[in-house]
Design a protein around this ligand. Sequence first.
Ligand SMILES: Nc1nc2c(ncn2[C@@H]2O[C@H](COP(=O)(O)OP(=O)(O)OP(=O)(O)O)[C@@H](O)[C@H]2O)c(=O)[nH]1
Ligand SMILES: [Mg+2]
Length: 477
Amino acid sequence: MKKNGRRYRELKKLREESSFSTIKNISQEVSGINIAYLSMSHIVPFNPILYDSFDTRKEYLRRLTGYVKAGGWKRRKYESAELLSYEQIIMGSDEIKEEHGIGFYKYFILLDLIHVLGYDTKEIDEEKIYLLKKKYCLDFSGEKAGVVDMIFKSVCGSDRRLRKLQENRDFLKEAEYIRCIRQNLIFKKKEPFGILVTATMSAGKSTFINAITGKYICLSQNMVCTSKIHCIVNKAFEDGYSYEYDHDLVMKAGREELLNDNEENSSDKIVVSTSFKGYLNQERIIVNDSPGVNYSGDREHKAITERLIKGRNYNLLIYVMNATTLGTDDEAQHLDFVKQTIGRTPVLFVVNKIDWFNLEEESIEDTIKRQREYLREHGFRNPLICPVSSKAGYLAKQFGTRQLSKSEERELYNYVDKFEQMNLTEYYKNAFGKIAIEDSDQEEIQLLKTSGIAFVEKIIISLTTGGKVNGTGVRQI
Ligand SMILES: Nc1nc2c(ncn2[C@@H]2O[C@H](COP(=O)(O)OP(=O)(O)OP(=O)(O)O)[C@@H](O)[C@H]2O)c(=O)[nH]1
Ligand SMILES: [Mg+2]
């Protein structure tokens, strides 16, 4: 068969359509920074220096900064942002628990140095290491230069070597610190799984992302549109901090920074790193929130999102639909665009705001059936459909994390009652046989299951491993 013949092209297209592929390596380069570094958590919150005297803390920072300078690394964006956050975190605690003196921290400081350098120490030339050793041995008189080599080689060698260091009796007080470093390195090495979330305006993309991450990181509100691509990176473990790269790189971002765009950022991206709460916690996931495509106030929104979809730098596309406005013209147009552009990448359809549903007037099964037909008409042959309430899922995750306001509490318990009646669980059991979620006696936690959010998280996990059925490992009946 001729490779450029019509029959060949048709067969190729058919093959592409019938075998989805989630296993594709995505690029992690964003505006000159490799965001893999942002998938590692801070280790410094677990360093006892936080509770030593202020003089010792200051000395610790002075020496650490000196080592970073010795190698000329302070000029780099990542390292200088790290150093600044070290200063803020170390000096930020008012508590003094134990006063050891600086000698106690002689290994902690080397481990911190390697962390600040992003564990990228293999390429460092001999001369820089020599300068560093000289400075270190002067600072900690009596320490041998060999210890610097040993720690560098252990952290930047294999995991087996690092584990040995963790078990070394000379490093007993650093053992927990080394465990955090191991977690970071193992997590960073995992192949990332990219997700792109798209929808028409106000369907609830940002709220959905806040629900699966369990954090309020995407601005979600009526009328104010997400105008940039928010790229949200899961971090290795919870360290109590978020990072943000929005022109400046901030490794200790407060609510202000997270929710306000930096005017100096001329790119269309903002990167935020945080540890996801929920089933996705251990997944090396990067989620992209995109602007709604039909915002008439700014046509650039549509262009940004369409470029992103065309760019195919993701393994899964999550298409959020607003259950209260299904089947609009804008929806049809965007669906057609996605269908024409998506190729072999799987799509998950999230039907959001299902809490609006009036159980006395409609049945969930009928609505989903109609929705499936509608999607088939638009060329999606076997669509994976997940009804959810992102709002309920988000509130369920916030419960126990912070004090909810009175109105949030009322909303939460309304959802608890409503979703107990709705029985979405039955739908998921029938539609995705493989996905099982444990029940909880606590009604607020059970809401994560009954609102559909926990199911979506589990379905995403099964998609990360690929699979044969629908190319997803997920069974859709
Ligand atoms: N009742 C209910 N409201 C929701 C739900 N999800 C989102 N909303 C509300 O819908 C409105 C829009 O939500 P966003 O998450 O900002 O929607 P979006 O798709 O990100 O919007 P744009 O970025 O502007 O396109 C907000 O007022 C949310 O509180 C849900 O599951 N249930
Ligand atoms: Mg939004």
